[in-house]
Design a protein around this ligand. Structure first.
Ligand code: FMN
Length: 400
């Protein structure tokens, strides 16, 4: 896979860092391409209105990207691109004696991380297991978004369900969903559903509890032919699902309406292949997009639609039962400043991971060390024509 991402940094350390290796040269890039995505991840919609349910820390942090390698004179040079984001909260923790944390929160990496690495204090699990790391992913995703933009590929997201409030988006085109979500109070294209979701989040905060929910990530303008059916780790469906599942608290990924489709017969699910109407060049078209843009682990050229399930936030104001590992006695969990519902913010992280995987797949498909080398290669991909397929009506002997 040509594009590699490394992230580093702890939740209350001085910085979080993203390093992207494998980007071609010639991509115009500045911090201004990254900061808007960082603001969305922090819990501020594109109109500058905060989402409810975000941790008070989000009011303190003002995430700003500093590009420290790989860009000269406003363009990538083909070398690793490194971005750092300062943790403003770090100053409060610097030189402070922090009591050991010995009661693991169920649902977090506190216990599993400490058992695995042998920590005697749970804080190192928390520091690196925290979703603060997703700021680095979003920075890297924004760079990939900038790259995809050069090829007419757009990635967006929207929240579809929180606490039983399900947005009915059936009458809203994908393009419009992405646009409306950006300015919504809950990152949801339906104003009615957004208002109901907001009320539910406020109720759950009063009830000293937390929520998860569902969001969708959509990619538009994706050319056919990204990914491959020939090997398990090259199938784009698996790569996308794996990248989304790697985000903290994501517990399910669905390609399109996969779970509904699984209950239907094939004739009601598969997208019939037809000759594009009024197209003399012999282009192909589909009657529907139930496959959500992916067949055989390869993009079809239709929109890619991925649905993601996030579990409720695991730090709850109402204590959960746990055990104090220092004394061995049963103990309720202690509360640390935390989000109540982070689904609108998680959707932005989901976009970042999809941008990363698509940028990687595009680089794999087109090859090339500079944007100038890649651009002409895309045009051919955009045309899936019958006459280009190497098919001849001649019997062959397949096996030796
Ligand atoms: C954007 C975002 C914000 C999050 N904020 C919090 C938080 O404030 N408190 C918390 O306990 N968990 C938060 N989480 C979830 C934890 O990181 C998650 O529960 C933990 O990593 C364990 O999940 P896992 O089992 O999937 O790794 C957040 C997740 C995301 C994606």
């Amino acid at each position: 896979m040509p594009l590699r991402l490394l992230t580093a940094g702890e939740s209350h350390g001085p910085v979080v860092i993203a390093m992207l290796e494998g980007l071609p040269a010639g991509l115009p890039l500045s911090a201004a391409d990254i900061d808007p995505d960082l603001a969305l991840r922090q819990g501020m919609n594109a109109s500058g209105k905060p989402y409810p349910g975000a941790s008070p820390r989000m009011k303190l942090e003002r995430d700003a990207a500093e590009i420290v390698s790989g860009v000269l004179d406003g363009e990538t040079i083909g070398a690793p691109v490194t971005v750092q984001i300062r943790n403003l909260d770090h100053a409060k923790w610097q030189g402070r004696a922090v009591p050991p944390m010995t009661v693991p929160r169920p649902g977090h990496s506190d216990l599993t991380g400490a058992v695995k690495y042998g920590y005697s204090d749970l804080r190192p699990s928390l520091e690196r297991g925290s979703a603060r790391e997703t700021a680095a992913r979003v920075a890297a995703g924004a760079i990939c978004r900038r790259f995809l933009d050069e090829f007419g590929i757009r990635v967006g997201s929207y929240v579809t369900e929180i606490d039983g409030v399900r947005a009915d988006l059936s009458g809203i085109e994908l393009e419009d969903r992405l646009r409306l979500a950006l300015h919504s109070e809950m990152h949801c294209p339906s104003a009615e559903a957004a208002a109901a979701m907001r009320a539910r989040v406020q109720e759950v905060m009063q009830a000293r509890d937390t929520l998860g929910g569902l969001f969708e990530v959509v990619a538009l303008g994706v050319p056919p032919g990204l990914g491959s059916h020939v090997h398990w780790d090259r199938r784009l469906s698996g790569r996308l699902a794996g990248a989304l599942m790697s985000i903290h608290a994501m517990k399910g990924v669905e390609i399109g309406d996969a779970f509904v489709n699984a209950r239907l017969p094939g004739t009601q699910v598969h997208d019939e292949i037809v000759l594009a109407p009024d197209d003399r060049a012999g282009r192909l078209a589909r009657r529907s997009n139930r496959a959500a843009g992916l067949e055989g682990g390869i993009t079809t050229g239709q929109p890619v639609v991925l649905r993601v399930a996030m579990k409720p936030i695991s730090t709850t104001l109402t204590p959960l039962q746990s055990v104090d590992l220092a004394s061995g006695a049963a103990s309720p969990t202690a509360y640390e400043r935390s989000d109540f519902c982070a689904v609108p913010r998680a959707a932005i992280v989901g976009e970042a991971m999809v941008c990363l995987v698509l940028a990687d797949a595009l680089l794999e498909k087109l090859g090339g060390d500079s944007l100038a080398e890649m651009r002409p290669r895309l045009a051919a991909l955009r045309q899936a024509r019958l006459e280009d397929l190497p098919m001849q009506n001649v019997p062959r002997v397949w096996w030796p």
